[in-house]
Design a protein around this ligand. Sequence first.
Ligand code: GAL
Length: 638
Amino acid sequence: MMGTKSLVAFVLFALLVFEGYFTEKVLSATVTYDHRALVIDGKRRILQSGSIHYPRSTPEVWPEIIKKSKEGGLDVIETYVFWNYHEPVKGQYYFEGRFDLVRFVKTVQEAGLLVHLRIGPYACAEWNYGGFPIWLHFIPGIQFRTTNAPFKIEMKQFLAKIVEMMKKEHLFASQGGPIILAQVENEYGNIEGSYGVGGELYVKWAAETAVSLNTSVPWVMCVQDDAPDPIINTCNGFYCDRFTPNSPSKPKMWTENYSGWFLGFGNPIPFRPVEDLAFAVARFFETGGTFQNYYMYFGGTNFGRTAGGPLVATSYDYDAPIDEYGFLRQPKWGHLRDLHKAIKQCEEHMISSNPTQVQLGKNLEAHVYYKSSNECAAFLANYGSSLDANVTFNGNIYFLPAWSVSILPDCKNVIFNTAKVVSQRTLGDSSFSATTSVNDFILEPSSWSWYKERVGIWSNNSFMNSGLLEQITTTKDTSDYLWYTISINVKENNIPGQEKELFLHIESLGHAALVFVNKRLVGFGYGNHEDASFILDEKITLNHGNNTIDLLSMMIGVQNYGPWFDVAGAGIFYVALRDLKNDTNDLSFEEWIYQVGLEGEDLDLDNINLANSSLWTTGAAPPVNQSLIWYKGRVLWH
Ligand code: GAL
């Protein structure tokens, strides 16, 4: 039997082990909310968050980007989850490399930051098909994002899959992990009206489904005024100071504050001045906001065919505080870091009370947060866009430039004004540029080689169809390219009016097309991000006898936004020949031959292992000003 002494010693030992275990391993936290803020372990928090989408960079650089985010004053990293790359084939999952979600969340955790996981599974995000797998489109009877049984089964399954995965890895806050918040759906409120009563039922179902997954952290639905309790409806926009949640028991949260914007091909490169961004953030916290997320804090790159559409560019730089290559964008990053520090200094006051508003003049106001009757923090705002002003507050005079907010953590001393950028103004990231510059990369001029793509049908897996086919249904998004080919025999009287000179009229849902007549390029048409459809009218000459018309229809990112975007479609839907007398021969219902993809894709020409293959022509000068050439060059880094 164990003696009393040894029993005491054993209990003590057990307690020590037990306690050590808990303090070292399981720093679990409860996350709830009240009308002011998210409440972590019983304490209201003022949180700065930033979006970083894990597949828009690589696991090797995640730690550095997250470190720079932390140094910039962020508390939380937000990301969507990208269903179509995690489940490329129904039931087959992929979580490797850039898609290693668990590794990403753990990397954030290791840096000591928190995570907002927007599982969706609809993402939008200028991501191909908004993050939906293409196979979903082919499930019989499916209708996306409404109260439709086949869709709900798949959506629930994926939500549950991700939640289970996070639980298994102990990544929710209650398990000691960094995830404090989760999102279901995305901005459904913008398009709900188009789905009628089905939309309303779907919102209720999505909310119930999310809650039933027992994540133990709050769920949000952004831009969703009718988000049912306990889901928090949040604001997205360039400014959210006027936003109020749909219940007095929910906090005022901002899930997308645009640091810039995404780039569409042909559009100017977006830019948002940091003075305006800082003004928007300060106004939000001034007027009672307690959580704000930069969309994007680091945008990165749309690798491969991940870009959404139509015509979203490969760069997702977004004019974000960390640029596409991971360098600090100054003075944006620095000015926001200073802003975050200033707001942090007010945190204890901000979590103690609602702000008290004081009118100071036209377009001039103060909001005061009281920690006790004689301890306060204040925000002074001039929200007029053209006139600077002097205001009197608490017996002191303060200069407020137009469109600016000053922060006074003690209600007296201004430690920050959003319009006064005093942080470092150098371009780029000095620590990096000291070691690497563009001059370190050399494109070897003599290294060019090329491959001439065949025009029209190039394999025996082409097929025939009477009439024009919609492109996405035909390619199943296995390629951006689809050849539409038709043979035309010109005999006397075959073409109305007998002329050989004709107009070829083409209408396309998008996104771009090259037109070849008898293998010669005669036209090029394309849409833009706002409207991908286009019409082409080309004057052409046909020979007597056989002619071919080859149309190469090209997709530049599958649509990712809007009501019923999933059935928007792409490709050519009307082709006609018109003679000079305006008689029209509609070819839309004739026999067309189809070929999915390019020969070069089939040959795997972009595979680095084929860099030295004899498929590539080398030696002579590469062809210039010709269509459909694959070029390969070599860049040396030294
Ligand atoms: C929002 C959407 C984001 C992203 C953004 C534009 O409406 O929620 O996912 O698409 O627009 O970059």
